[in-house]
Ligand binder design. Structure first.
Ligand code: ADP
Ligand code: MG
Length: 695
């Protein structure tokens, strides 16, 4: 694209960028000049002037010019060199924990030095700990003319390199004909009072010394808002575009007589919750339309999503179509099969399942049944969507535990089910509740339904946090639960380097627990076991042939064993809130009181402590998700598998929440009135443009 030729030149056009640097930059996703321009400082320092010591307050990061009044080594809890300095307006202590003899000699009484550092409150007076310092006579007139940027970086790339790279990129920008092309319409820029893109970028790399550091630090400067806004806008546009393209497809209208649904309800030993009924109605409305449904159902663990999926399936089958329901793991696929088979059989619906392990004759037979339309309800892993799988009349695709699949897989799946002019309807389900703001940003291509109610009679899981010095008590607790005929999970969250080591460690834990709990039948599942073997263990646990199941986080999603009422999570401090909540959702499914013990390793960091106490305080997945967003930021919230989904370069969904409605409104306006800006904006901000254009 020649409209942005200068900005798309590779980084190697810049001085000092050889193969090594190029590779390091690549690690940060930086390939061209524009990427450098969009690599914004993490923070700034004001090295533009010398501050009077008398005016300093704790927290200030400043340069001072002072004379050394006194220096001595202090033998406290840690040996340190204390240097008392003053500039006539006030005095301050410089504190060094590591220092050489030469350094000590250089900091002698009467010397004049210039220091830069953060001011802190010390035991006796204000202090700077390990400031940068230089003798005054060696200082050039190096006071910076702008605030000094500090860039986020990676090993081997120093701040000076960043200074040079950004200097060069800014020079290229300045000498280019039209700078960074402005794609936002003038009227918006005027309306919002935001700077142009070029102004914003130039400013943020070299802010004037008058700029408010506090505002910059908070990410609230108009230049920062301008960039975040444009990025959010581009993201919205790309998702809208996906949706638009998809909605041009046609889908089968499904308006059966609801007979199967009536029969299902008669079969259930309980009533659907109001939330389940509402969501089923929303789905029914979608499926009666001639456009493909694109709906995400969010519901906390145990909210009964499986039945909602089944109800959607019945709508399709009633109308003469087939259903494919996909789960992220074979274990979950098997479990859906086990849960649904009985109901489906009672409704005379031919059901089958397909996984990677089905080979040869068996697979052929299964494929034929799908292609000939004999199998009406197919359950499986992504094996369901391999090239040789054909459906006779696929009308609905259901994807369970959607968060396990990235956006690209999601798109690929939509493509798969397409046959001729008709696309199947699509329902995705996730037990990872996503805060509203994040959902707006991440799923602008989907409609969202929320099952915001649990079936009646569920008791909240009582959660306690116990330090691992009290492991023996926890073992005793497991022992008495098992003695009372209940079952328990023991989750190992290991950080071993390789999966092999992780599984080895889980095996060790299982062996050790087996010894510590002589009366208990202990089983083990981990990621490296064969699916069949895992299945055998899971079935044994489900049938209460095992009392204690030691597991890695493979049991995170979906596993349903109502008699299990105790879960121990080892080293919960290593996991994110959402994942912990998912894990905990494995208990509290039956009528017994359920407990979750967070067996943590001391000492706990502040964030970890907050995470654990959030879990203790609430069982509500949505509150937990909000907290998670607050603690970790949006990028991580959906798990690493999904970083492609909401990996923003500049925007921060929590900080910039307020910009989202505006970005959405602007996306509508651009699509309607300035369609020519849409592609370039997406192209500028979103890497894998091809993925969506092929939908
Ligand atoms: P999830 O939303 O986590 O996938 P499931 O669909 O596995 O939850 O449902 C959890 C359990 O709740 C299952 O045993 C299911 O049979 C039961 N269940 C679902 N809906 C209801 C309801 N309306 N009343 C009582 N139990 C229900
Ligand atoms: Mg489920």
């Amino acid at each position: 694209m020649n409209h942005s030729a200068f900005s798309e030149q590779p980084v190697s056009v810049m001085k000092g960028v050889g193969p090594k640097t190029r590779e390091r930059l690549e690690r940060l996703g930086i390939r061209n000049v524009q990427d450098v321009l969009f690599h914004l400082p993490l923070r700034y320092q004001d090295r533009s002037r010398i501050w009077p010591v008398g005016s300093l307050r704790p927290g200030d990061q400043v340069s001072i010019e002072v004379e050394i009044e006194h220096a001595e080594v202090h033998f406290g809890r840690r040996r340190s060199l204390l240097v008392r300095v003053s500039d006539g307006s006030g005095a301050l202590i410089l504190r060094l924990f590591h220092f050489s003899a030469a350094q000590q000699a250089g900091l002698a009484k009467g010397r004049r030095i210039r220091c830069f550092g953060e001011v802190r409150r010390g035991p006796a007076s204000l202090e700077m700990i390990h400031p940068e310092y230089q003798p005054v006579e060696q200082c050039e007139d190096i006071l910076d003319a702008t605030l000094t940027p500090v860039y986020p970086t990676t090993d081997g790339l120093h701040q000076l390199t960043w200074r040079s790279l950004t200097d060069q990129a800014l020079a290229l920008l300045e000498s280019s004909a039209d700078g960074l092309r402005e794609w936002l319409p003038d009227e918006l820029l005027v309306e919002s009072g935001l700077p142009t893109l070029t102004e914003a970028v130039c400013f943020l790399h070299r802010p004037s010394v008058e700029a408010s550091l506090a505002r910059l630090e908070a990410g609230q400067h108009p230049a920062q808002r301008r960039l975040a806004f444009e990025e959010l806008l581009a993201h919205q546009l790309s998702l809208r575009k996906i949706r638009q393209l998809k909605q041009q497809h046609r889908a089968p209208r499904m308006s059966g007589d609801g007979d199967l649904m009536t029969r299902l309800i008669a079969l259930l030993p309980f009533e659907l919750t109001a939330a389940q009924q509402r969501v089923i109605a929303e789905i029914g409305k979608d499926m009666r339309r001639a456009r493909p449904m694109l709906r995400l159902v969010q519901g906390d663990v145990g909210s009964g999503k499986t039945l909602v999926a089944l109800a959607a399936g019945l709508i399709a089958i009633d109308a003469g179509y087939q259903v494919a329901m996909m789960a992220p793991t074979e274990l979950l696929a098997r479990q859906h099969l086990a849960n649904l088979e009985r109901l489906l059989r009672s409704l005379d619906i031919e059901t089958d399942w397909l996984a990677g392990r089905h080979k040869g004759k068996r697979r052929e037979r299964k494929l034929r049944a799908l292609a000939e339309g004999e199998t009406r309800f197919a359950i499986g892993t992504h094996a369901l969507f391999q090239d040789d799988v054909h459906f006779q009349r696929l009308g609905l695709v259901i994807i369970d535990e959607q968060h396990r699949f990235g956006v690209h897989q999601r798109l690929a799946l939509r493509e798969k089910g397409r046959k001729g002019a008709l696309s199947p309807h699509q329902l995705t389900m996730t037990a990872t509740p996503i805060p509203r703001t994040l959902a707006m940003a991440a799923y602008a291509d989907l409609d969202v339904s929320v099952i915001d109610e649990l079936p009646p009679g569920r008791k909240p899981v009582v959660t306690v946090a116990i330090g691992d010095d009290r492991r023996a008590e926890v073992i005793a607790r497991v022992s008495s639960a098992v003695g009372a005929g209940r079952q328990a999970y023991w989750v190992c969250t290991l950080i071993e380097e390789s999966e092999a080591l992780q599984c080895q460690a889980a095996e060790d834990t299982a062996a050790q627990l087996g010894e510590e709990l002589p009366g208990a039948r202990v089983g083990l599942v981990h990621g490296r076991m064969k699916a069949v073997d895992k299945e055998v263990v899971m079935q044994a646990f489900k049938q209460a042939e095992l009392d204690l199941l030691v597991a890695t986080t493979v049991i995170e999603v979906g596993v349903d064993v109502p008699n299990a009422s105790l879960m121990i999570i080892e080293n919960p401090e290593r996991l994110g809130l959402a994942q912990l909540h998912q894990l905990r959702g494995r208990v509290g499914r039956g009528c017994a009181d359920s407990y979750c013990v967070l067996l943590y390793q001391r000492p706990l960091g502040r964030q970890a402590r907050e995470r654990l106490s959030t879990l203790r305080e609430t069982n509500d997945g949505f509150i937990i998700a909000e907290k998670d967003l607050e603690l970790r930021g949006a990028g991580e919230l959906l798990g690493t598998r999904q970083t492609g989904e909401v990996a923003f370069r500049i925007a921060d969904l929590e900080r910039d929440q307020a910009l989202l409605p505006q970005a959405q409104a602007m996306a509508d306006r651009l699509l309607a009135d300035h369609p020519a800006s849409v592609e370039p904006l997406i192209h500028r901000w979103i890497r894998q443009v091809d993925d969506y254009s092929s939908v």
